[in-house]
Design a protein around this ligand. Structure first.
Ligand SMILES: Cc1cc2nc3c(=O)[nH]c(=O)nc-3n(C[C@H](O)[C@H](O)[C@H](O)COP(=O)(O)OP(=O)(O)OC[C@H]3O[C@@H](n4cnc5c(N)ncnc54)[C@H](O)[C@@H]3O)c2cc1C
Length: 390
């Protein structure tokens, strides 16, 4: 299939609709009432982690053989979307859990999967994904953290930045250089590091304006010994494992973006029916209607692309990297625009903490940055597009 071949159609199954509706109810009743407090206190919501674990939401992306629900990509994205409409931090709990577990699911041996996945599927353990460093953001090839083989172990030295859940995770998937002389896409290997390992520490947390309940940590590796048995895949496969992971995790960020956009649209549309100026609801004003209509169109377009991308990736049709980048690009930009317009619909009140849209606007921004900035998504799409036309 080339980039211009019509994509596969998606149609939500009865099971997917039931799951979506159940998570929506959970999000509205249990998550939404906590969202403002999580944002204000900037504390990781352990109660909601427990809720998602108890309701088997965290089990969605894991194979049934290891205690998971074996959900397909679209089903997991539906759950992230619904949670994020109420609270982006809570949606990210599932998104990061999936992101950091994917390297084990894809590249782990049966023994490694049996060792790590059941705890993760049950939500008893949390896991983080540590690729980024101070000098290696968009350019993962610039990673400097070293892993040096010493008999039956590797010794890891270096540090990682911006690691979601880095301070609350029980274990971390870490990418480190094993062969500095190798080509930049063949020099990395991937390891699972226990947070209890001597030499591992959390250097500090970043103070940020968005997804404030999600701790973003600096991680330090000071002579951390990792058994060879805890390396995922072969030496030199780290970069490929990271890229394969993004093919399934970027749709999760697109789902977070669609959820944030929908949450903001719902607040704005409701407000427009109640706020009266010039003797009638502002929703009667055509310019406000135009704002709302454009917000609705952008959200639905992003959602349709996301679901199509999930169907294509799951069916193995076309370039999965292109689909993942396309939907994250479109959904991230839609979320930023829709949430900004939601603040506009609420006028000055949109800027106050008593309404959730200013929080949603702050949260939307991160979807344009992490798991590859929007510029990086464009590079991925353009490369795939051009390759299919050569
Ligand atoms: C809240 C938060 C959570 C995060 N969670 C994680 C996590 O869990 N795990 C993890 O590993 N990382 C995580 N990250 C890191 C995130 O993925 C990086 O911040 C992101 O990849 C960008 O890297 P950078 O910040 O170093 O920006 P840079 O790479 O320095 O980019 C700066 C600017 O230059 C642009 N740019 C760079 N290269 C190019 C190019 N070739 N062409 C065009 N434009 C370019 C970028 O698009 C951007 O606009 C997180 C970041 C944040 C803020």
């Amino acid at each position: 299939m080339t980039a211009s071949t019509p994509p596969p159609a998606y149609r939500l199954t009865d099971e997917q609709r039931a799951l979506r509706d159940a998570v929506r109810e959970l999000a509205r009743e249990r998550v939404a009432p906590r969202a403002a407090e999580i944002d204000r206190t900037a504390e990781f919501p352990w109660d909601l982690r427990d809720l998602l674990a108890g309701q088997d939401v965290l089990a969605l992306p894991f194979p049934e053989a290891y205690g998971g629900l074996g959900a397909d990509l679209l089903t997991t994205c539906l759950a992230i979307e619904e949670l994020s409409a109420a609270c982006a931090t809570t949606g990210l709990i599932l998104a990061v859990h999936e992101l950091a577990s994917l390297p084990i699911i894809h590249a782990g041996t049966d023994e490694q999967k049996a060792r790590w996945l059941p705890d993760l599927a049950a939500g008893r353990a949390l896991i983080a994904f540590a690729l980024t460093e101070a000098g290696a953001g968009s350019d993962a090839g610039a990673i400097a953290t070293r892993a040096v083989r010493d008999g039956g172990t590797y010794v890891l030295d270096g540090s990682k930045r911006f690691i979601s859940h880095g301070s609350v995770a029980d274990r971390v998937v870490v990418f480190a250089v094993t062969d500095p002389a190798a080509d930049r896409h063949r020099n990395l290997s991937c390891f699972v590091v226990e947070a209890s390992a001597p030499g591992f520490s959390v250097g500090g947390l970043s103070h940020k304006k968005d997804i404030r309940g999600s701790p973003t940590a600096e991680l330090i590796f000071d002579g951390v010994r990792v058994p060879v048995a805890d390396r995922l895949g072969a030496e030199g496969e780290g970069f490929a494992i990271a890229m394969k992971t993004f093919e399934r995790s970027r749709p999760g960020i697109a789902a977070q973006a669609v959820g944030i956009a929908q949450g903001a649209l719902d607040v704005a549309a409701h407000y427009a029916t109640e706020r009266v100026q010039f003797g009638r609801p502002i929703g009667d004003q055509q310019m406000v209607q135009a704002l709302l209509a454009d917000m609705d169109a952008a959200t639905e377009a992003a959602r349709a692309l996301l679901y199509t991308a999930c169907a294509a990736i799951e069916a193995g049709e076309g370039d999965p990297g292109r689909w993942a980048a396309l939907c994250k690009l479109v959904a991230g930009d839609a979320a930023m625009r829709v949430t900004t317009d939601a603040v506009q619909v609420l006028g000055g009140y949109g800027y106050l903490e008593e309404f959730p849209v200013e929080r949603m606007m702050r949260d939307a921004k991160i979807t344009q940055l992490y798991e590859g900035t929007q510029q990086i998504q464009r590079i991925v799409v353009a490369r795939s597009l051009l390759a299919s036309h050569r």
